[in-house]
Write a protein that binds this ligand. Structure first.
Ligand SMILES: *Cc1c(COP(=O)(O)O)cnc(C)c1O
Length: 381
């Protein structure tokens, strides 16, 4: 592991160890490992944190999106529009539901689903829009919700990177018909393994999803509909229950570090461009701090940073429509120029609540040096 990793989970555990260990032991002592008390408690707390009436814990963020689509009866023959610039799970969740993922480009400033591009992708088979609050920043929900109303489409949030983020003062997770969250360990709120949740204020939808995650069963051995085995583990829920009260402070720390990066990186313009904060973003959750560097210089910059113990990352190096897994599944005629530019220019700097101020300075110094070494290489788009 580099001296300054992209995310430092060990430090967080060290600080919370007594509480986390106790929470895990409590579950073990009770023995309610599946859909136990800690799941119910966490669901109630997370629903409130997301500003939604219901939270349903599931096995992963991918399953969260998948089950939302199933519950909305979006499946074979239906199309779901999502940004080409996202983690592949967004598209795979649509595939899991049997529906067809249809990609739209992102906007060049915020790297989020471009509303005009989403509108242009609508066909008579489109059933839902699936914007992603990417890097911890809310997608522009008002025009997307208006588009959904106008064309009769569900609007589902992929909030896997946006725990605690806010769009015009409203929590991500409370904006669309339902939202999918991931508790993958490196997310802003992370479990000690896989986990996910759905938030929604639609009572019927919540009930349907509760059935789907548990083999279509409300009462043991009585099965009303077909379903899946996709429950949030009780031990994971217990870990999340310890962490949730810290989420606000952790996100605040992320914003403080991001502001520090922004100020320092201004001096490196135009060789480094920052993915901007949008005017509608009242709270950025800064899951990732992404900058852009010239495509031809990126590999060298990443290597230089790594040689100095700085774990830079790339989110994401290969756009979905360029992935072999999606060959033949997507309409190949479409081009997503902004997404492709980002795939070649994006560079993620280490950022997590446990990154120390001095470490942030080391990252900035490392990036400055790496850029100086190739000062003639030009600027990103
Ligand atoms: C992490 C992530 C997912 C998937 O979550 P898992 O819990 O890993 O299944 C979905 N969408 C986005 C944008 C993500 O970052």
């Amino acid at each position: 592991m580099p001296a300054i990793p992209l995310v430092n989970l060990q430090r967080q555990y060290q600080r919370l160890a007594p509480e986390i260990d106790r929470a895990i032991q409590t579950v073990c002592a009770r023995g309610d490992f599946v859909l136990g008390r800690a799941v119910e408690e966490f669901e109630a707390a997370f629903a409130e944190a997301a500003g939604a009436r219901h939270c349903i814990g599931v096995a992963s963020g991918t399953d969260a999106l998948h089950l939302i689509l199933r519950a909305l009866r979006v499946g074979a023959g239906d199309e779901v529009i999502l940004p080409a610039n996202t983690f592949i799970a967004t598209a795979q969740a649509v595939w899991c539901a049997g529906a067809t993922p249809v990609l739209a480009d992102c906007d060049p400033r915020h790297a989020l689903l471009d509303v005009a591009s989403a509108r242009a992708a609508i066909t008579p088979r489109t059933r839902a829009l699936l914007p992603v609050h990417l890097y911890g920043q809310p997608a522009d929900m008002e025009p997307l919700l208006a588009l959904g109303r106008e064309r009769g489409l569900h609007v589902i949030e992929d909030a896997a990177q946006a725990h605690g983020a806010e769009y015009r003062g409203r929590r991500c997770g409370s904006l669309g018909i339902a939202a999918g969250f991931s508790f993958y360990p490196g997310k802003n709120l992370g479990a000690y393994g896989d986990g996910g949740a759905i938030t929604t204020s639609d009572d019927a939808l919540a009930g349907e999803i509760r059935l789907l995650r548990n083999w279509g069963s409300r009462v043991k051995y009585v099965h009303d509909v077909m379903g899946f085995n996709s429950r949030l583990d009780t031990i994971q829920a217990a870990v999340l229950g310890v962490k949730l009260p810290h989420l606000e402070a952790w996100n605040q720390r992320r914003r403080t570090l991001a502001a520090r990066y922004r100020t320092a990186l201004r001096a490196l313009s135009p060789h480094v461009r920052i993915v901007e904060e949008a005017p509608w973003t009242s709270r950025h959750a800064y899951h990732l701090f992404v900058v852009r560097v010239r495509a031809g210089a990126r590999d060298r910059i990443v290597k230089t940073l790594q040689a100095r113990g700085i774990g830079a990352g790339i989110h994401y190096p290969i756009a979905i429509h360029r992935q072999k897994a999606f060959e033949g599944l997507l309409d190949g005629s479409h081009r997503f120029p902004e997404t492709e530019l980002l795939a070649s220019e994006a560079l993620t700097l280490p950022l997590c609540p446990d990154l120390a101020d001095e470490e942030a300075e080391t990252v900035i110094a490392g990036l400055t040096m790496a850029l100086d070494a190739g000062a003639s290489e030009g600027a990103p788009h």
